[in-house]
Design a binder for this molecule. Structure first.
Ligand SMILES: [Fe+2]
Ligand SMILES: [Fe+2]
Length: 236
């Protein structure tokens, strides 16, 4: 088994057997449309932590190739095309999230008036504390967190939410402006390009050598999934 397939298996195992298992994620499968709107209004605050996280790692990572991956992804999040010319700003993923909320019946006004709940604030605090902690850990752990928390795990959540909203007849693959697009964009290669998650693989593979490294991998995956589960517990 190659290093990359072992990593992907481990990630999938964490998603299936730890993150998605039972409460609180299993609970979301039965949530009605009001519940989905309430959850996604709060999930927006976690989503918006993504680019600050990337910016932080852009500073703490020394490896130039990895920093190029991170800054390329930040650019795309803000709607900049790689090597883009003026006008640079297209449509940020942040705005696309608001479009998605509107599509499922949450007005822009309502979304922008929402404030983070105590549990959401706690999640954001734990997320930031862990990012600051990782800032002085190995590049392997930093890159893994960017890949797993920012892309792989996020895509698994968005898939779950999209499928629920599709069953509730609030979204289709065509009408979805955010969730459906992120499922592939983050984890699968598109149009001959490389997914966000896969862009981190060469640097991760280079740094993943012995069983001590694999222990660190499991530590990062577990922490990322724990923080996210903690967020969803508020909707049970
Ligand atoms: Fe995005
Ligand atoms: Fe992404």
């Amino acid at each position: 088994m190659t290093t990359i397939s072992r990593l992907k298996d481990l990630e999938q195992d964490f998603i299936d057997n730890y993150f998605l298992r039972d409460v609180p994620l299993g609970h979301l499968a039965g949530v009605d449309e009001h519940g989905m709107r309430a959850m996604l209004k709060q999930r927006r605050f976690v989503t918006y932590e993504f680019t600050p996280m990337c910016e932080y790692f852009d500073v703490s990572l020394d490896d130039m190739a990895s920093r190029q991956v991170v800054s390329g992804i930040i650019g795309e999040e803000f709607g900049l095309r790689p090597g883009g010319r003026w006008p640079l700003i297209l449509h940020s993923h942040r705005r696309a999230y608001l479009d998605e909320l509107e599509e499922i019946g949450v007005s822009r006004h309502e979304a922008l008036n929402e404030i983070p709940s105590r549990r959401t604030m706690r999640t954001l605090m734990h997320l930031q504390a862990y990012i600051f902690h990782l800032g002085h850990q190995s590049e392997l752990e930093q890159l893994l967190f960017l890949r797993f928390s920012g892309e792989v795990l996020t895509a698994a959540e968005y898939r779950l939410h999209f499928e629920r909203l599709e069953r509730l007849k609030l979204l289709t693959q065509e009408s979805s402006k955010f969730l459906f697009r992120h499922i592939d964009y983050d984890v699968l290669a598109l149009d001959g390009g490389t997914s966000h998650a896969d862009r981190y693989l060469p640097a991760i593979e280079e740094r993943l050598n012995d069983e001590g490294d694999w222990r660190r991998v499991r530590g990062v995956l577990k922490k990322a999934a724990t923080i996210r589960r903690e967020f969803y517990e508020q909707f049970c």
